[in-house]
Write a protein that binds this ligand. Structure first.
Ligand code: FAD
Length: 263
C-alpha cells in the first residue's frame, strides 16, 4: 500500500503564544516549531499500515525551506522519502489542499493520511477539501476502539483495518463511535486516540539525513496561491480576573446565586 502522509510545521503547542500589539499575528521570537501533533499520529499510522501490509510511506509538507526539519522528523520516525512543496510561508487550508492535490495526482497513493486539524489555526478543513477535489472517499477523526493502554496498542497494530480491498475506519462522532468502510483510494484524517506515536530513534535520525527529499516550487504547479480566506486580526482573550477565597459554603452558594448567577 502506498501511503502519502502530510505533516504541517506548527508553533510548539507547549509554547506560550503572545499576540502582537497590532493584532497582525503572533510574536514568533523564541518560538519553537514542530510537527503538528495530529500529523505525528498520521505518520505513526502510516508506518503501522506499512509494517502490516508492505508498501511505501511518502511524507509531504507545504511550507518554506525551514519545513524540511519537520519532514526529516517524520522520516526519522520511519517514512521512506519526503516531498516539500515550497511556498513563501505557511498557507491556509484551501491553498494547501490544492497544492497537496497536485502531488497526490503525481504520486497516485492508495491512501492519504492527515491530521484531523492543525493546532496553529484549528481549521480542520484541509482533508475534507482535498477529498472533495480528488473525488475520493473520506473519513475524518479516525479513532480506535481499543484503549491506548491495550495489548493491541502495545503490539503496535494499526487502528485502521485493511482487508485487501476495503479500509475499515472507526471515527469519533458526537456521543459515540461510527464505523465506516472505505474503498481506496481514500483520505483519512487522524484523531488523538488512533495510536501513540513513536519517538524517532538515534539511528532513525541518522538515516533520515540521507533519505530522498524532493523540493517542488509551488509556483510551478499551476495553483492560484492567493488565499480565499484572510485573517483580519488576532486578539488575545480578556485577562482573567483574580479569584476570591470565601470563608464558608453558605457564602459560596450565596455568591453563585447573586453574583455569578449560575444557580
Ligand atoms: C470527540 C469530539 C470532540 C469535539 N470537541 C469539540 C470542541 O472542543 N469544540 C468544538 O467547537 N467542537 C468540538 N467538536 C465538534 C462538534 O461537537 C461537532 O461535531 C461539530 O461542530 C459538527 O460538525 P459535524 O461535521 O459533526 O457536523 P455536520 O453534520 O457536518 O454539521 C455541521 C453543520 O452543517 C450544517 N448542516 C449539516 N447538515 C445539514 C442539512 N442537512 N441541512 C442544513 N444544514 C446542515 C448545520 O449547520 C450543522 O450544524 C467535537 C466533536 C467530537 C466528536
Amino acid at each position: 500500500m502506498k501511503i502519502l502522509v502530510t505533516v504541517k510545521r506548527v508553533e510548539d503547542p507547549e509554547s506560550k503564544i503572545k499576540v502582537k500589539p497590532d493584532g497582525s499575528g503572533i510574536v514568533t521570537d523564541g518560538i519553537n516549531y514542530k510537527v503538528n501533533p495530529f500529523d505525528e499520529i498520521a505518520v505513526e499510522e502510516a508506518l503501522r499500515l506499512k509494517d502490516a501490509h508492505g508498501g511505501e510511506v511518502v511524507v509531504l509538507s507545504v511550507g518554506g525551506s525551514e519545513t524540511t526539519a519537520e519532514i526529516r522528523s517524520a522520516l526519522a520516525m520511519g517514512g521512506d522519502r519526503g516531498v516539500l512543496v515550497k511556498t513563501a510561508g505557511i498557507v491556509g487550508a484551501d491553498v494547501a489542499s490544492r497544492l497537496i492535490q497536485k502531488v497526490v495526482e503525481e504520486e497516485s497513493p492508495d491512501l492519504v493520511l492527515m491530521g484531523k486539524q492543525a493546532v496553529d489555526d484549528d481549521q480542520g478543513q484541509a482533508g475534507q477539501r482535498l477529498a472533495e477535489r480528488l473525488g475520493w472517499a473520506l473519513a475524518t477523526q479516525a479513532s480506535k476502539r481499543a484503549s491506548l493502554e491495550s495489548d493491541e496498542e502495545k503490539a503496535k497494530k494499526p487502528g485502521l483495518e485493511f482487508d485487501g480491498s476495503a479500509l475499515k475506519v472507526t471515527r469519533e462522532v458526537d456521543g459515540g463511535l461510527e464505523d465506516l468502510s472505505l474503498s481506496l483510494p481514500a483520505v483519512v484524517t487522524c484523531d488523538l486516540r488512533l495510536n501513540q506515536p513513536r519517538y524517532a530513534s538515534l539511528p532513525g535520525i541518522m538515516k533520515a539525513k540521507k533519505k530522498e527529499l524532493k523540493e517542488i516550487d509551488a509556483g510551478g504547479l499551476g495553483v492560484a496561491l492567493d488565499e480565499p480566506v484572510k485573517v483580519l486580526g488576532l486578539k488575545p482573550p480578556p485577562e482573567r480576573a483574580g479569584g476570591e477565597i470565601v470563608p464558608d459554603v453558605p457564602t459560596l452558594v450565596a455568591k453563585l446565586k447573586s453574583e455569578a448567577k449560575v444557580l
